[in-house]
Design a protein around this ligand. Structure first.
Ligand code: PEP
Length: 255
């Protein structure tokens, strides 16, 4: 059984000194408790803090990730960052299609597909976020939404590349209201079957949405949950490392 994956999405938080301090605290707590060798840990700070955080993580097992990238390798795209640039500062992962990008910045599935292709071209592991809004859930459209968010991607040959899928119900992100384990179980079973049917048996599925140290063990004990994408709770080293430890505990208990 592979080890769990826990990704910290710091969103637009931390200046450079705060980012360095947080990365140091997480590294120290993870190494002292030994969780760094039992879990794949990824930190995704804001772009401007990637180099500084990368320096703090050098020599550790903790990987660096970014929160977004653009579709082209270079050129006249003012304000954008390419996957090649991310690679050059030591990133191994990149979050693609986060619901905040889809909603606030109007990213659609076609653009997200382009970003996935670019990430693969630069040997980054994309973490693709999918999930329904509350309105879509209330209309019983959850499965259609998940399927359509994955459709364009599953149609392309490059799917043999490594990638990670994150089920993030939009209504659970940053709200303090995590999905209930039965809801997570249903969604992950649906996604697992969909991915498997398209030959993506190698793709882990993370859950994201208001994970805390309190609910983490219950969430990570749900079948087909391979780890978590953690926003708010990743900004506190103690909480984040608690969540990492919970993923390891749940994996060992449910083995
Ligand atoms: C996220 O940003 O992907 C996320 C899940 O945030 P939070 O944990 O704060 O809900």
């Amino acid at each position: 059984m592979t080890e769990p994956i826990i990704v910290g999405n710091w969103k637009m938080n931390t200046n450079v000194s705060e980012a360095v301090h947080l990365a140091q605290q997480i590294r120290q707590a993870a190494e002292q408790s030994g969780v760094d060798h039992q879990c794949s840990i990824v930190l995704c700070p804001p772009f401007v803090n990637l180099s500084a955080v990368g320096n703090c993580l050098r020599g550790s097992t903790i990987a660096l990730g970014a929160q977004n990238c653009w579709t082209e390798p270079y050129g006249a795209f003012t304000g954008e960052i390419s996957a090649a640039m991310l690679r050059s500062v030591g990133c191994e992962y990149v979050i693609i299609g986060h619901s905040e990008r889809r909603t606030i910045f109007h990213e659609d599935d076609a653009l997200i597909r382009q970003k996935m292709l670019r990430a693969w071209e630069e040997s980054l592991v994309p973490i693709l976020c999918v999930g329904e809004t509350l309105h879509e859930r209330q209309l019983h459209r959850t499965w259609n939404v998940l399927e359509s968010q994955l459709e364009q991607l599953l149609a392309i040959e490059e799917r043999r590349n490594p990638w990670v899928c994150a089920y993030e119900p939009v209504w659970a992100i940053g709200t303090g209201i995590a999905a209930e384990p039965p809801q997570i179980e249903q969604a992950h079973a649906f996604l697992r079957a969909l991915l498997d049917a398209h030959g993506c048996t190698h793709v882990p599925i993370l859950y994201g949405g208001s994970i805390t140290p309190t609910n983490a063990v219950a969430i990570f004990s749900v079948p087909n949950v391979a780890g978590g994408l953690v926003g708010g709770a990743s900004l506190n080293a103690d909480s984040f490392v608690h969540i990492i430890a919970a993923s390891i505990h749940a994996r060992a208990t449910n083995r």
